[in-house]
Every structure is written in structure tokens, then in C-alpha cells.
Design a protein around this ligand. Sequence first.
Ligand SMILES: Nc1ncnc2c1ncn2[C@@H]1O[C@H](COP(=O)(O)OP(=O)(O)OP(=O)(O)O)[C@@H](O)[C@H]1O
Ligand SMILES: [Mg+2]
Length: 340
Amino acid sequence: MRQHDSDDFDLFDARPAHRSTRFEDPRPARRGRFDEETRERPNRRARYDDEPEPARRGRLTEGERVRLAKLRDDAYTETQLPDGADRWSTWDDAEHGPLPRPDWVVTELAAVDTDLGVLKTGKEADVHLLRRGLPGTPGTLLAAKRYRSDEHKLFHRDAGYLEGRRMRRSREMRAIEHRSAFGRNLIAEQWTVAEFAALSRLWTLGAPVPYPVQRNGTELLLEFLGEDDGTAAPRLAQVRPEPDELTDLWFQATAALELLASEGLAHGDLSAYNLLVHRGRLVVIDLPQVVDVVANPAGVEFLARDVRNLAGWFHGRGLGEHVTKTDDLLAELFSAAGLG
Ligand SMILES: Nc1ncnc2c1ncn2[C@@H]1O[C@H](COP(=O)(O)OP(=O)(O)OP(=O)(O)O)[C@@H](O)[C@H]1O
Ligand SMILES: [Mg+2]
């Protein structure tokens, strides 16, 4: 009878009862023939391993059963995170940092991320220490800066900074104005996007900033400035440099300011808390509010305030004003930015 003839099996056959009897049919005669064929043609098994779609229709052979079981196992293990890991690497879904990419950046999709704890909770963001690597390898340490949108109705930096940025009158704009949960999340994402763009631009120019590895939603992954044991580099505010080192740090800071100014930019929130000292090198962080000093009507004031804050800290540590010469510095920065 027709329904017992497996060669006639059709995927579009609308008779499921017939199919199930055929799948259960052990068909000893056919299996014997297949075994014989396998013996005669040793390459036969390789063909079954490679082929995505078995050529045979209608009945699962032993080889196909093994292959499907393996696919099922793979699919299962794919969703099982290795012990200790918190998530699969988010690299694939993220916006990536500028090229050429440093060789320590882990790009393998099979890598996992492990949260090693909070480095610092701030007013607008929390910074976590993260390890990313293939399971069983030491991986790379990263700083994960996550902008928060839940607890704070108003970011202290919103006023003045966001105002200068033109935005469409839209559902988004109204949500931001009303500080709804949706609007707060949009603000947080805007800051993340702004900081990632600023870091990417400055890193490409050779400025001393952490390499921005990726951005995904309200999370930034940055080069971790610190030691292999996870100790973060201290903020400038925490170090007590010897006079020589103090002078050296001052000139590193002014070189960074000059580089920014030559791009028409000011940090906008520069202080001894937003500069890290990593093995004698000064690194500028926390750049979401970077200011275009030409386009922003308050650009000149932002630049002057940055210099005042910075010089104030160095003076407090004993660096003479004959070294800092802040009036001259400011004139140079204005000129570099095309303002003077
Ligand atoms: N790439 C990094 N490597 C090591 N530590 C970092 C890095 N980025 C940030 N940190 C640590 O996290 C702290 C907060 O980072 P950041 O200043 O960017 O965020 P913030 O939200 O402005 O925090 P705050 O409100 O304290 O200024 C830094 O002072 C520093 O100690
Ligand atoms: Mg900060």
C-alpha cells in the first residue's frame, strides 16, 4: 500500500498519522542495506557528517539520528554559561571602538563576561570591573561604566549641556522634558553615546584617554587602567606626588588640554577626580559632557573653569604659580581653539 512506501514520503503530505507510523517503522531490511553500503564505501559517513540536509527523505537513519542528537546537544550547551560567568560577551551587539584596535581587545563571540565587582558608584554612573575572555583563559580586564536612569530624576550635568544640543521636537524630546522612565533612559543613553564618541575621537588623536572598547545601550566598556590584580589606578586627587612628579603631571595635563583645544574642545568637568594616574601617566576620563568651545555660547567659560579647577589642585599641592602661569595657558588654549 502507498502509505507503507517510504520512498513516496512527502514533506507536504497532509496525513500525519501515516508519517508517524513510517518514522516508527524499524525497516530492518533497509537498515541492513545501509550498513552494507557503509562498509563498502568508507566515505559514506563523512558525507552524513557534512551534509546539513540529509538527502534521504522520510525516515531517520542511524547516522542521521546521531547527527541530530549532536545538534541538539550543541544547541543545549550554547545556552549554558560556563561556571562563574555572568553573560556571554556582548561584543557582537555593540558599537565598536576605533581602529586600529589594540590587540588585547577580545572579539571572540564564544567569550564570556564576568563581573568582578564595583570600582566606584558615581552620581550618574556605576563603574564595574569586568573580565572578558574565552572560558579557561585569563581574559582581559575592562572598566564597565553603566549610566543609571532609574534613581535620578535629573542629571546634574543635563542643564547647560543638553540645552546646547539641538533635538527634534518629538516624542523623545517630550519624554526627556517630563523625565518619564523612558525619557530618563534616553538621557542616560545620550550620555553614553556622547562619551563613547568623545573617547573614540580623542583616542584616535592620540590623547591620553582609555581605549573605548564598545558601547551597548547605557553601558560603555573601557580599557581598564590599573593592575592585573584588579587594583584601579588612583585618581589624581588621591596621590601625593613628589615635587618633580607633580611638575611632570602638570605638564601632562596641560598637553592634554592643548590637544583638546586644538580640536575646539574642552573637557567641561575637569578636576583631580576625572584624571587617573596610571604608572606615572596621566589619563583623562569621564568625558560625556565634552564641550565644543566654539559652538557652545558658554565654551570660553567651560575652558576657563577647567583650567581654574586643575591649577587650583596643583597649587594646593605646592606647585608655584610661576610654573602654572594660568593666564598664559588660557591664552594659548583660546588661540589653539581658534577663539583668540
Ligand atoms: N577606565 C577606567 N579604569 C579604571 N578605573 C576607572 C576607569 N573609568 C572610571 N574608573 C573609576 O571609576 C570612577 C568613576 O568614573 P567616572 O568619573 O567616569 O564616572 P562618574 O559617573 O563621573 O563618577 P563620579 O560621579 O564619581 O565622577 C573614576 O573616578 C575611577 O576611579
Ligand atoms: Mg567622574
